[in-house]
Design a protein around this ligand. Structure first.
Ligand code: PBG
Length: 323
């Protein structure tokens, strides 16, 4: 005689859905968008099939579509022209730059859409690094000053959240202070708190042509061997005023998402990065894994690990699959 038969709760779709511990909804997703100069441009990123880099006009169409599907938040990345790249990153706080024009155009067209913006110097850096380079090193404090100017410029253009992805020390506190001093009391900060030096960013760097020109990003992004350090980073960012903390990438870092979720008092987001997207796309193309099922299973696992929000290139697909 068995006292407990665990299969009772698995025997039909109805009972399974009744006891499911984790459910996905369109409210969980942040859709990253890649924006380029020009008009009527829609460029499919070779290593990210069915994902596009678009000019502002077509981005607006896309944003309207996302909002009508129930997606309420987007994360913007721009591809800067080579001519504006240098080692100061000054184009990053050009109030008439591509990012700033994009923010204004999107907020104007779909005011309810939450606009989050990437804050890091790599798209603007002649070296492809997230900070200012001196004698072959990425210098911290000067970079933080640049990131502060960049954040203020995004806030001024109308960004709802700035999302610093650079991993410099002290930037969250510096950005928060500057937002306060300049009366941007409604602008949020989503901190990439535990961002690892990961090979899974490869396709993203293709999308924006932003691969580092020398070396790697290991002196600022985290070592994937580390766990305790991620908690330290997340707690520090919370202390410095981050509204949301982020773990990145997601799928190889589910343990980190859970540990951080157990320790912080702010929402946790996870970034299901470009290489994770590409892996599912590639294996599905080979016919080795069912794409739709892989999307939902992996996003569910990220949420189950503890992510309150998920930035994912699958946002639109997932919402369609869920409905
Ligand atoms: C740049 C940035 C990167 C990503 C988001 N912001 C790349 C990097 O750090 O090299 C990666 C996103 C992805 O791979 O989907 N600061």
């Amino acid at each position: 005689m068995l006292i407990r038969r665990n299969r009772i709760l698995r025997q039909s779709p109805s009972i399974r859905s009744l006891v499911a511990e984790t459910t996905l909804s369109p409210n969980d997703f942040i859709a990253p968008l890649f924006i380029d100069e020009g008009e009527n441009i829609s460029f499919e990123i070779p290593s990210m099939p069915n994902y596009y880099r678009r000019s502002i006009d077509l981005t607006i169409k896309e944003v309207k579509g996302l909002y009508s599907l129930g997606i309420k938040s987007i994360l913007l990345f721009i591809k800067a022209r080579d001519e504006v790249k240098d080692n100061t990153g000054k184009e990053a706080w050009n109030d008439d730059g591509l990012m700033q024009r994009s923010i204004k155009a999107i907020k104007n067209a779909v005011p309810e859409m939450l606009v989050m913006t990437d804050v890091a110097l790599d798209p603007y850096s002649s070296y492809g690094h997230d900070g200012i380079v001196k004698d072959g090193e990425i210098v911290n404090d000067e970079t933080v000053e640049a990131l502060v100017k960049m954040s203020l410029s995004h806030a001024k253009a109308g960004a709802d959240f700035v999302a610093p992805s650079d991993m410099m020390d002290g930037r969250i506190g510096a950005i928060r202070k500057a937002l306060e001093e300049n009366n941007f009391t409604k602008t949020g900060i989503m901190a990439y708190s535990a961002k690892y030096a990961s090979c899974f960013y490869g396709p993203f760097r293709d999308a924006l042509d932003s691969a580092p020109g020398f070396g790697d990003k290991k002196t600022y992004q985290m070592d994937y061997a580390n766990r305790i350090e991620a908690i330290k980073e997340a707690l520090a960012d919370e202390e410095e005023g981050a509204d949301i903390v982020m773990i990145k990438p997601a799928m190889a870092y589910l343990d980190i998402i859970r540990e951080v979720k157990n320790r912080v008092g702010v929402p946790v987001s996870a970034y299901n990065v470009s290489g994770e997207y590409a892996m599912i796309k590639a294996t599905a193309k080979m016919g080795w894994v069912n794409e739709d099922k892989a999307i939902i299973e992996s996003l569910t696992s990220i949420k189950r690990a503890g992510a309150d929000l998920i930035a994912t290139y699958f946002a639109k697909d997932a919402v369609k699959l869920l409905s």
